[in-house]
Write a protein that binds this ligand. Structure first.
Ligand code: UDP
Ligand code: MN
Length: 264
């Protein structure tokens, strides 16, 4: 049954909540048939919680300090892994049998319900090092046992990049070789701001992209947008390439049409 499956995202502050809202509305606009869940932390304001609850079926607060002792311990030993350990909370959503996690800086361009045909752990290659998966989009199966093992792995080994991607890649280390069905096609996690060196491939396949990921330091919400022209302002950024600009404009269009009205 589809009611025991969910799309899950994470927002630890009000800024990332803007991303989560755009993502949630993009899933709704594409007629997602699964539940929508957002994990938040105590820093998220009460206003944003109200707005989030208009888009997501469940707004779940996760609080490292109040959690089970072993989580608290993991956190104290490796405080630099704070947001990473928060992301791992998605494995505690055991009232769902299968979930798709999406970073709050992703945007869904067409229906992606078919991702639920995949199994744990499925993800797309990272554009920077294709033998690693990118942890911005992945299919997983909630399980307290897996959650505990992940936390144990975090305290024992840390993360080679200081974040969830390094940790998850060393935990699910057989991803690159074991099962091709666990390699999601790149169109489910296309980083908008990578200057692709294989431009014929981008020309050939770019239009079938289903999920755009604004990975890296410049997030859509850092840009200024002109609602009159429907375009982000390039001045002062100098970083955006043409493909990125059209994806940024799509993000902002979704924000204008589907998120701003939620505040009135
Ligand atoms: N995140 C968050 N608050 C933060 C940083 C990250 O909620 O301060 C969550 C959010 O869901 C975000 C994900 O963790 O999309 C991964 O971080 P980010 O997308 O910034 O990393 P990147 O994809 O750029 O490597
Ligand atoms: Mn991201």
């Amino acid at each position: 049954p589809v009611s025991d499956q969910a799309f899950v995202t994470l927002a630890t502050n009000d800024v990332y909540c803007q991303g989560a809202l755009v993502l949630g509305q993009s899933l709704r606009n594409q007629r997602a048939t699964r539940k929508l869940v957002v994990l938040i932390t105590p820093q998220v304001s009460s206003l944003l919680r109200v707005i989030l609850s208009k888009v997501f079926d469940e707004v779940i607060e996760v609080n490292l300090i109040d959690s089970a002792d072993y989580i608290h311990l993991a956190f104290l030993k490796r405080p630099e892994l704070g947001v990473t350990l928060t992301k791992l909370h998605c494995w505690t959503l055991t009232h769902y049998s299968k979930c798709v996690f999406l970073d709050a800086d992703t945007l869904v361009l067409s229906n992606i319900d078919e991702l639920f045909d995949r199994t744990e752990f499925s993800a797309a290659p990272d554009p920077g090092w294709p033998d690693c998966f990118n942890s911005g989009v992945f299919v997983f199966q909630p399980s307290l046992e897996t959650h505990g093992l992940l936390l144990q792995h975090a305290t024992d080994h840390g993360s080679f990049d200081g974040a969830d991607q390094g940790l998850l890649n060393s935990f699910f280390s057989s991803w690159s070789t074991a099962d091709i069905h666990k390699h999601l096609p790149f169109i489910y996690n296309l980083s908008s701001n990578t200057a692709y060196t294989y431009s014929p491939a981008f020309k050939r396949f770019g239009s079938s992209v289903k999920v755009v990921h604004f990975l890296g330091p410049s997030k859509p919400w850092n840009y200024k947008y002109n609602p009159q022209t429907g375009s982000v302002l390039e001045e002062g950024t100098g970083l955006a390439n043409q493909n990125q600009t059209s994806f940024l404009n799509l993000w902002w269009k979704t924000y204008q049409h589907s998120v701003l009205p939620l505040y009135s």
